[in-house]
Every structure is written in C-alpha cells, then in structure tokens.
Design a protein around this ligand. Structure first.
Ligand code: IMP
Length: 422
C-alpha cells in the first residue's frame, strides 16, 4: 500500500497523531499537506507525550522522512521551536526533515490581521495562528513562499509588493508588521537553518511513490472544518479532506491507494459554529473531564457531544473512506446509555438523514438518537476484540454499519499499545 492518507472525520482533535504515529512503522515518508500550527497532534511513546503542531507525527520514527508539503502554511518560529524541542528529547531530525519550496509563510501581518478580525462580528473562534489570513494572501496571489524567503532580496521585494498591496486594501495594520526591513530582521535568523531542508518535495514524493516507497499523508483538522465540505463559514481555511492530500503534497490523486478516517467514539468541537449533537450543561462537562477535552494548541475547553452518524457518513462520502479508526472508546466507560444521532428534525423540512450543506439547517437541527446500553468496565487494557465488553462491541458494530466501512483500529488510550487492530 504505497500511498495512504489519514484524515479527520469530525471537527479535528480525533486522535490522528496517535494513528499516524502507529502507521508510521510501515512508512518511508510522512507528509503534512494542509493547515499549519493550528493543529495539535499528540503522540505518547513510553509514557512520554510529544505534541506536534507543524512537524509530521512520523518524526518519532528514526527511519521516516518527514515532509511539510506545499499546501501547508509555515510559521518559522514555531517550526524551529518544535525542532529544538525534539532535539532536547534526543530525537534526531537532521537530514530527514524536508520542506516544500512552494509552502507559504505565515507573517507577522497575518497574525495582526486575525487578532483584529476575531474581535468583532464574523468571528469564527480561530486558533489566532494567522492561518486564515495566510491562505487568503496565497489565494489573492500576494503570499510569499519558502522558496522566495531563501533569497533575502527576493523576500524584501515580495514584502514590499505585499505592503503596497495592503496599503491600498488594509489600512489598519501596525507599521512593524508590514515594514519589509522589520519583517526581514525578524525572520532572517531562520534563513540559513531552513535552507538545507527546502526543495521540490512534490517531485521527491512523486519519485518515491513511483519507486514503491510507502508514503503516509497526514491530514490536520478534520472534514467538518474543511473550507469546502465543512460547516462553512465556521471552518479552517484549507482543504482538510482527502482531496487536499493530492493538491497539498503534489502526489497525483490516483496514487493514493487508501484513505483512513479517524473518528472519536463521541464528538468534540473547538471554536464557534453549529454542533447538533452537543451536550450542554453538566453532561457535556462530565464528558469533557473524562476525555480531558482541552485544546492542545490553545488550551480552550472543547465542546463535547454524542457521535453524529450523519456527519460520519458525510466524512465517508467526501473523503471516500476505505477504513475507520475509532479513538477514545475508553472515555465512554461508565455511561449507562450511549447515543448516536441518525437523523435530524429541522423545522419546515422533511426528516433530514444526510448531513445538510446549509448552515441554517444545521443551526436548527434537532438530532434523533439511537440509544445503546453502555459498559462500566475500564477497557483501557483491552487489546483484542474479545477483550471488549459485548455492549462496547455492539456500539462499534453500529458505528461500522452507519458508516458502511470497516473499522480497522480501535484506540482505548493514548499510548501506542492501547490499540486494538481488527
Ligand atoms: P483556524 O484554523 O485557526 O483558522 O480556526 C478555524 C476553526 O478551526 C476554529 O473553529 C478552530 O477552533 C478550528 N481548528 C483549527 N485547527 C484545529 C485543530 O487542529 N483541531 C480542532 N479545531 C481546529
């Protein structure tokens, strides 16, 4: 299976980091293809937790080459901080970290713009990492690539071009955030450090795939945060679905042989926007505590709710999922009754059984649930299907039926070995 893709089937935070780390055992390359340091991928190995925002989760495997693809937006300071942290943990990344020359930079102006945008109407509850404004500049064709950054004069010219463009369009930006010399002074220390990692990663990956090398494409955020297929406008600014894996890495779409979706056994969401199966009040708070549902990038409490079967089927469809990984099943231990939404009642409409594309429908949706008896046992030591209580197996079987794709992995804790392969 040379090219595999891992994608979030919900609103992000599904536990993709753990799954990518596990599957990296069988990979030569692990590639991030979209997003930036808005992501927070957690990997726990031998009791030690590593949180990765920008670096692919395969980095903990010494033989894996890691690529930041052209579809990613890079904050250089965060990138090097993360590499330095890895070095402190004796994780040797030198010589196996590659960065696309086509990836775009996140600049001080992007963060400044987002600060202002998120203060008023139209706020999305973003991570404030400058992601949206950086992608906006990319699409407006005034973004600056890593390739351009490597040449000081080219970079200064590009910043000047951006500044005059902004002067015509965005009068409120702090001078320091758009002054080419100030921005150059801030970012110059990173130039020499990043230069040896930069290249045509699309070509490298194409050749690697042709040679039969095993490539793992690591999605960030999730289907419901995808700019096209998510709950727009409450989405991130990139293609977080499987299609982004081709455009964001340079690997031709038909080279991707397998797409695995990752879903929690329940649902969480950070930031604003509709969430039909949200549990409000003490129930939601209890699930948040049990699942330690706080954002690893921003520390924000995550909104928690029941599994949404309509959202899951939407993810199966728009990503063409072949398989599912179900994470955090252990968190549901102790709940006497579990629920999965299988339809929505929306005032003025017939019963809704497919995830609606219209935000006003979602805002009015009242989920109709199927109920399942829960289990009281601690299942964090389960390592096989037969170790799970029958009620847990029935819950998983129903998820599989609703999704109509097989469950390949079940995660019952954050450690690598707390996994059931089916
Ligand atoms: P942005 O990606 O910072 O622009 O934020 C847009 C929306 O996506 C907000 O609701 C964020 O909370 C959400 N978001 C972005 N990255 C992640 C993630 O990695 N996990 C979960 N939510 C995310």
């Amino acid at each position: 299976m040379p090219v595999r893709l891992i994608v979030g089937a919900q609103w992000g935070d599904e536990g993709k980091g753990k799954i990518v780390d596990l599957l990296s055992d069988d990979a030569d390359y692990v590639v991030r293809y979209q997003g930036g340091a808005n992501a927070g991928h957690t990997v726990v190995v031998n009791g030690e937790t590593t949180i990765l925002h920008l670096i692919p989760s395969g980095i903990l495997h010494p033989n894996v080459r890691c690529v930041i693809g052209n579809g990613v937006v890079i904050n250089l300071e965060v990138f090097f901080k993360e590499l330095d942290k890895l070095a402190e943990k004796n994780i040797a990344w030198q010589g196996r970290m590659r960065v696309s020359e086509r990836a775009h930079l996140i600049l001080p102006a992007h963060r400044a713009m987002e600060e202002a945008e998120e203060k008023g109407p139209g706020a999305v509850g973003t991570t404030l990492r400058g992601i949206g404004p950086a992608y906006r500049d990319k699409m407006a064709r005034i973004g600056i690539t890593i390739g351009e950054f490597l040449h000081r004069n080219r970079f200064l010219e590009a910043l000047e071009r951006q500044r005059t463009w902004r002067e015509r369009t965005v009068p409120v930006l702090p001078k320091k955030a758009v002054d080419p010399e100030a921005v150059e002074a801030e970012l110059a220390p990173f130039r020499e450090r990043i230069a040896p990692m930069v290249g045509d990663t699309g070509l490298e990956l194409y050749r690697a795939a042709r040679e039969g090398k095993r490539i793992l494409l690591e999605g960030a955020q999730g289907t419901m945060l995808d700019v096209d297929h998510g709950t727009y406008p409450y989405v991130t600014s990139s293609s977080a679905t499987a299609g982004g894996g081709a455009t964001g890495s340079g690997i031709p779409p038909r080279f991707i042989n397998e797409v695995m979706g990752v879903t929690k056994a329940y649902t969480t969401r950070v930031g604003l926007g509709p969430f039909p199966t949200e549990m409000l009040g003490s129930e939601g708070a209890a699930l948040r505590d049990q699942g330690a549902e706080y954002g690893v990038t921003t520390g924000r409490p995550r909104r928690c709710g029941w599994l949404d079967g309509l959202a899951l089927r939407h993810a199966v469809r728009v990503n063409g999922l072949d398989k599912l990984a179900v994470t955090k099943l252990d968190v549901l231990s102790g709940w006497p009754t579990l629920k999965i939404a299988t339809a929505y009642k929306v005032s003025g409409c017939d019963l809704v059984v497919e995830f609606p594309g219209r935000i006003d429908f979602l805002e009015r949706a009242e989920p109709l649930y199927e109920e399942f008896p829960g289990w009281s046992e601690d299942i964090s030591n389960a390592r096989s299907w037969s170790d799970l209580p029958e009620t847990a197996r029935n819950y998983l079987k129903r998820i599989q039926e609703i999704a109509d794709v097989p469950i390949a992995l079940v995660s019952v804790g954050s450690a690598r070995d707390q996994t059931i392969a089916l």
